[in-house]
Structures are given as structure tokens and as C-alpha cells.
Write a protein that binds this ligand. Structure first.
Ligand SMILES: Cc1cc2nc3c(=O)[nH]c(=O)nc-3n(C[C@H](O)[C@H](O)[C@H](O)COP(=O)(O)O)c2cc1C
Length: 304
């Protein structure tokens, strides 16, 4: 997410190169150049082979860092220094198009560039037209798909995500890959949304916080099985791993463990919903201050 095409292109390059091919200073210098000069430099080991996996299922992440670059034209958080970013680009579509172009051209063709959008800035006709203009431009510029959140930017998270505009979008563009987003809280809603709208796929957001098993359940349903709830053992393993990974990400904070513990409390509370004694379990996560505290709570409630 950002405001400047050159910065966005340099950031995309840094992500796919995983910061391995240049120093931070060089990436910053890159961001000062004209977007047309910003290009990924393949390393020797990459060769020509990156792209689809051998079985053709999905883009290959390795040796590049990420399988795709997703441009955020959806975030409703307000402008910084009067500059557009995220969903605010819907009011200035030409600026967003410069970003899409700069990023798409900087990243190798084998790495899909995708876009996230809100269905409009607000409910005025002008903004609906802006949305369609930007949506069409994304595909024309070579973006692989757009994920559309069925709320307006102005709505932030208030009120429902509307499925009708998503359905209308699919009806208008049956040949395009279009994904939907908004208010998917359980696995059945994924399939209800697809059945109603005809979307190619659904992006799960808040519904997977504390419930990563929603994806396994979706696969269960696709394969004709009953969706499996997580066992206590599985819950424990994920709760422990989540803390450890968060700690690794937070390693540069002054007190990484305390910072992580405070941040993890809300996730523990979400995860507790799967436990038969949810209320008591929630309470045990509220005061954790360290990985040891976290493990004490897990030993008490998630011992197998
Ligand atoms: C904490 C949080 C962080 C998010 N970060 C991003 C983001 O980085 N990129 C993006 O495209 N959408 C982001 N979103 C929006 C979600 O992808 C999604 O469109 C939105 O939450 C609506 O879906 P939901 O109602 O199922 O949560 C974020 C949402 C939340 C709650």
C-alpha cells in the first residue's frame, strides 16, 4: 500500500528479492528513480524456470520470495500528508493506475500482480464509475485478478458487506477471475457467497483470526467430507506456534516477549472459542506477560 508509483515498484521488487540482491540503501535509491527504470534483476540461480509449479497448480514461490504481489487499493484508513493510498485512490483513479503500471512492469511476468479494492469510495454514481474504470484498468494492465470487498471505503467496517454489487460485477465480466471479500465468518459462508455471486473465489479475513481451520474445513467440504473441528491437540500446537512466530517477528522491540504477550492476548481469546470451556480459557490468556505464561495457560487447558 502506498502513494508513490516508484516507491511501490521498489517495494515490490524488494519483496520478491527478499532483500537478498541489494542493500536497503540500494532499494531506497531505486525508489528515487523513474518507475520505468525499476526492474527486478534475476539472480543466477533463478534462471528462466520460475513461474508455475511442475504440476501447473500454482505460482512457485521459490527461488523468488513471494508467489504474488497484492496491491492494496482498499484500506479505508485516512490519508497521510494529504496523499492518497489504499481505498482513497478510488477518488483519483489515474494515480492508482500509475501505481499498477509501475508495479506490474517492475515485477517479472511470472509473478502475478493482484489488486484489492473496495466496491466504491461511496454510493455516488461518480465513485461507482471510478471503481469500474480502475477495475477494468487493472485487468488491462495485466493484473491477474481483483479481490473486491463488498463495502465502500466510506463505510469502513460499518454495516454489511453487499453481495449484489459483486454479483453484478461477475455478470458484467464472466471471463475474468474476480474474488470477493467481506463478512465471511464461517466455512459455509464461503460457499454461500460463491453460489450467490458466481465469484471465482473468496478471501477470508477476520473470519480466520483465531480460526485457521476454516481453510481445512473449506477443503473438507470441497472433497465431500464433514468439516473437521480442531482437536485440543491441534489447537495447542497452533497456539504455541503462533506465539513463537509472533516473537520472531517482534524481535526488534525493546521487550519482545512482553510486547508479543500483550499482542497475543486478543488472539488467545479468539482461539478460546473452540475450547469446550471457552469462558475460563479466555480468562487465562488475559494476563499473560511471557512465553512461559502462555505455556502455563496451554498446559492448564490444552494438555492432551
Ligand atoms: C486487521 C486487518 C488487516 C487487514 N489488512 C489488509 C491488507 O493488508 N490488505 C488488504 O487487501 N486487506 C486487508 N484487510 C481487509 C480484509 O482483507 C477484508 O477485505 C475485510 O476485512 C473484509 O472482510 P471480512 O469482513 O471477512 O473481515 C484487513 C482487515 C483487517 C481486519
Amino acid at each position: 500500500m502506498g502513494s508513490d508509483p516508484a516507491e511501490m515498484a521498489a517495494a515490490a521488487i524488494k519483496m520478491i528479492e527478499q532483500g537478498k540482491q541489494r542493500s536497503n540503501k540500494e532499494y531506497r535509491k531505486l525508489a528515487e528513480q523513474e518507475p520505468s527504470a525499476i526492474r527486478h534483476q534475476p539472480s543466477g540461480e533463478e534462471g528462466e524456470s520460475h513461474g508455475l509449479m511442475a504440476d501447473g497448480r500454482s505460482p512457485m514461490a521459490s527461488p523468488l520470495g513471494f508467489a504474488a504481489i497484492d496491491i492494496n487499493l482498499a484500506c479505508p484508513v485516512k490519508k497521510i500528508s494529504k496523499k492518497s493510498r489504499g481505498g482513497h485512490w478510488l477518488r483519483e483513479p489515474e494515480g492508482a493506475i500509475e501505481i499498477l503500471k509501475a508495479v506490474r512492469e517492475a515485477v517479472p511476468a511470472s509473478v502475478p500482480v493482484t489488486v484489492k479494492m473496495r466496491r466504491s469510495f461511496d454510493d455516488t454514481e461518480e465513485m461507482r464509475q471510478n471503481f469500474l474504470y480502475l477495475f477494468d484498468a487493472a485487468y488491462d494492465l495485466g493484473c491477474a485478478w481483483v479481490v473486491v470487498h463488498g463495502r465502500t471505503v466510506e463505510q469502513k467496517y460499518v454495516g454489511p458487506s453487499r453481495w449484489d454489487p459483486l454479483k453484478a460485477l461477475v455478470d458484467r465480466n464472466p471471463e475474468r477471475i474476480i474474488m470477493g471479500s467481506g463478512d465471511v465468518w464461517d466455512v459455509n459462508q464461503i460457499f454461500r457467497m460463491i453460489a450467490y455471486t458466481g465469484l471465482s473465489g473468496v478471501s477470508v479475513a477476520r473470519g480466520c483470526i483465531g480460526n485457521p481451520w476454516i481453510f481445512r474445513q473449506a477443503r473438507d467440504l470441497l472433497e465431500g467430507r464433514e468439516p473437521r473441528d480442531p482437536t485440543i491437540e491441534e489447537q495447542r500446537a497452533v497456539l504455541e506456534q503462533h506465539f513463537e512466530l509472533a516473537l520472531a517477528v517482534n524481535k526488534n522491540f525493546r521487550d519482545p516477549e512482553l510486547h508479543t504477550a500483550k499482542n497475543m492476548r486478543k488472539f488467545g481469546i479468539k482461539f478460546a472459542a473452540h475450547h469446550p470451556q471457552a469462558q475460563e480459557v479466555k480468562k487465562s490468556f488475559i494476563y499473560v506477560k511471557s512465553l512461559d505464561d502462555w505455556r502455563v495457560a496451554l498446559d492448564e487447558w490444552y494438555a492432551c
